[in-house]
Design a protein around this ligand. Structure first.
Ligand SMILES: Cc1cc2nc3c(=O)[nH]c(=O)nc-3n(C[C@H](O)[C@H](O)[C@H](O)COP(=O)(O)O)c2cc1C
Length: 196
């Protein structure tokens, strides 16, 4: 069995050509190079209804929510790139976090394991605007911290995103590309140290 830590990488956008999906994949490559096993999750493949307590009490957790919770629980750390919507977290990511924070029925094999507590995360963002989504990251960091995720200090917001990526999805600027890649390296390294 591999001793590599497992990192789940995802973006707070389901958009087909999402800058944030491209961004998190660059960090994911860094985490892989540092020895982590990385899974990329595209929320486009895992649609979830808008959280509603009545829906929850009538129908329980939807299958895609259980799948997302299982992914969170079976990974040690998270690489998250989240766009900024009106200076904050996207409803897609907040909705997924809200669903995942709800308890599973007793008897589910992983019901007793927290999807968030004791996990690590690194956050980043990309936006066509000048600030790169920096203001939204303040909220993403606070939410994750409040549910028990250790969010590492290293983060990066990439502005002018419409001009920043090449046709292969990589960042054109070397310094920016290395900085995002290094966030993945840092998360993998810290998560590995915590696991030993
Ligand atoms: C509802 C909405 C609100 C937005 N608000 C902001 C904002 O506050 N700051 C910002 O930099 N970009 C804002 N944007 C633009 C997004 O940064 C842009 O759509 C970006 O491409 C989304 O990320 P993605 O490419 O990963 O899907 C907003 C977009 C939408 C749809």
């Amino acid at each position: 069995m591999s001793d590599a830590v497992k990192i789940l990488a995802f973006a707070g956008s389901a958009r087909l050509d999402s800058f944030n999906k491209k961004l998190v994949k660059i960090a994911a490559a860094g985490a892989r190079d540092a020895g982590a096993e990385v899974t990329f999750l595209d929320f486009r493949d895992l649609p979830m209804p808008l959280f509603d307590e009545d829906l929850e009490s009538q129908s329980g957790l939807p299958a895609n929510v259980l799948q997302f919770k299982k992914l969170l629980k079976t990974h040690d750390g998270f690489l998250i790139a989240c766009p900024e919507y009106n200076s904050s977290i996207t409803p897609l990511l907040k909705n997924a976090i809200d669903w995942a924070s709800r308890p599973e029925p007793e008897g589910n094999p992983l019901a007793h394991i927290s999807p968030f507590r004791g996990k690590t995360a690194a956050i980043m963002s990309a936006s066509p605007g000048a600030l790169g989504g920096l203001r939204g990251l303040v909220h993403v960091r606070a939410i994750l911290g409040n549910i028990g995720v250790l969010v590492i200090p290293d983060q990066r917001a990439v502005g002018n995103a419409s001009q920043s990526f090449d046709d292969t999805g990589n960042l054109k600027d070397n310094e920016q590309r290395n900085a995002i890649r290094d966030i993945g390296v840092k998360l993998a390294t810290i998560t590995t140290k915590l696991a030993t």
